[in-house]
Design a protein around this ligand. Structure first.
Ligand code: FES
Length: 116
């Protein structure tokens, strides 16, 4: 198990192998958008992983395509629903949730484009 620390809220939760970041956030009341329900069909669950980036498998093409629609994407950007912890580790994973995430379902793709 590892610890997931949501930096902005300064709250820390356990994450077990097989769980993804979105699941842990929602189970613990962290307000993280997830317009597509966690199936890699939006970019609203965009997070930035400050520490522990390598504990998750590399992003696949679908995820990278969705991240192209997210605002302010950086090298440490991921979709929370696609970040499944792979193995036991005692590490603390530091997560930033960008507050400016654009909800494509509510606002449409034009909003995302304008926000770049
Ligand atoms: S919730 Fe839609 S891609 Fe993660």
């Amino acid at each position: 198990m590892a610890k997931l620390h949501f930096v902005d809220e300064d709250r820390t939760f356990e994450i077990k192998p097989g769980q993804n970041i979105l699941e842990v956030a929602l189970d613990n009341g962290i307000d993280l958008d997830h317009a597509c329900g966690g199936v890699c069909a939006c970019s609203t669950c965009h997070v930035k992983i400050r520490e522990g980036f390598d504990l998750f498998p590399e992003a696949e093409e679908d995820e990278e395509d969705q991240l192209d629609n997210a605002r302010d994407v950086g090298l440490n950007s991921r979709l929370a629903c696609q970040c499944v912890l792979q193995e036991e580790t005692g590490q603390v994973i530091e997560i930033d949730v960008p507050f400016w995430n654009v909800n494509l379902v509510q606002e449409g793709p034009e909003a995302a484009r304008e926000s770049h």
